[in-house]
Design a protein around this ligand. Structure first.
Ligand SMILES: Nc1ncnc2c1ncn2[C@@H]1O[C@H](COP(=O)(O)OP(=O)(O)OP(=O)(O)O)[C@@H](O)[C@H]1O
Ligand SMILES: [Mg+2]
Length: 278
């Protein structure tokens, strides 16, 4: 356990139900989802495609209303986006402003969040150094690599001093090597800043290498968190470590039936029009 990990419940999700309604009917995406995320914790939400990971993260971000249950941050109900929770997107390209330089992208967030102007230069410096982009501050997003763009997104998110980073498959589009580097960058920043991170992934290895705890989700309808797995192994976690391989297999077995169902559901969705769907 890291120092500065008081173990208080920063975020509480209690018995949450989410029903999507459209002209074609209703879909009960989440039902009975409960979760407490501790201050400073790195929690990964893991589950097959379509199980409701993004829906739950959007609820925590305050972007998506719930049908019933409750979601609180520091005991206050979450009713919309808040400064203490920053959402981090998979596609850095669309999250960043292409007409602003690296430095200006970070500054924009500070202006938008009404941080005092006298503090801007020091804050920008601190976070650009932290993500290793201080020498690239005059470049535009198009002049950066995929990993650098994600690092810029991290700097911009951290600059507004949120308590919590909400990350939805942030590194899924990166190549394997860059992704591993980004894991190291993120863990380093997490350890230095003590932020709480809720990180969505469908990659078991990614969840194991990052998380303090993994919340395994079942496939919908009525998806829920079926298991919470504590990972106390020291970081960096070496895939050749037998305990990691054992954990990987355990989670893989847990997900196997749902993965099969998820694939069947995808196949059904790809059926040509006119073919009856169950
Ligand atoms: N706005 C919406 N209206 C109706 N149904 C929705 C809506 N958003 C999501 N859903 C449904 O809710 C379920 C969960 O979707 P969600 O995007 O949360 O899954 P996910 O676990 O993030 O999947 P992936 O790993 O593919 O990103 C899916 O069946 C999806 O079709
Ligand atoms: Mg998703």
């Amino acid at each position: 356990m890291r120092p500065g990990y008081p173990g208080t419940g920063l975020l509480r999700v209690t018995n949450v139900q989410k029903i999507f309604a459209s002209s074609r009917g209703t879909y009960n995406a989440l039902d009975g989802v409960s979760l407490t995320v501790k201050d400073g914790e790195f929690l990964c939400l893991l589950g097959p495609s379509g199980c409701g990971k993004s829906t739950l993260l959007n609820i925590i971000a305050g972007f998506e209303p719930i049908t019933s249950g409750s979601v609180t941050s520091d005991e206050a109900p979450i009713t919309g986006p808040g400064r203490e929770r920053v959402m981090f997107f998979q596609d850095a390209g669309s999250a960043l402003f292409p007409w602003l330089t690296v430095e200006e992208n970070v500054r924009f967030g500070l202006r938008a969040r009404k941080v005092r102007k006298a503090q801007w230069a020091a804050i920008i410096e601190r976070y650009l150094v932290m993500v290793g982009l201080d020498a690239h501050r005059a470049k535009f997003p198009a002049e950066l690599s995929g990993g650098m763009r994600q690092r810029l997104q991290i700097a911009r998110a951290l600059a507004v001093e949120p308590k919590m980073l909400l990350m939805d498959e942030p590194f899924a589009a990166l190549d394997a090597l860059t992704r591993r580097r980004m894991h190291a960058v993120l863990l380093d920043i997490w350890q230095r800043t003590g932020k709480t991170i809720v990180f969505v992934t469908h990659d078991i290895a990614e969840a194991i290498s990052l998380a303090d705890r993994i919340g395994v989700m079942s496939i919908g309808p009525r998806a829920r968190i079926t298991r919470l797995i504590d990972i106390t192994l020291p970081r960096p976690r070496d895939v050749s470590d037998g305990r990691i391989a054992h954990l990987f297999k355990e989670i893989e077995d847990l997900l196997a039936p749902d993965l099969e169902r998820s694939e069947q559901q995808m196949q059904k969705r790809n059926l040509p029009l006119g073919v009856a769907q169950q």
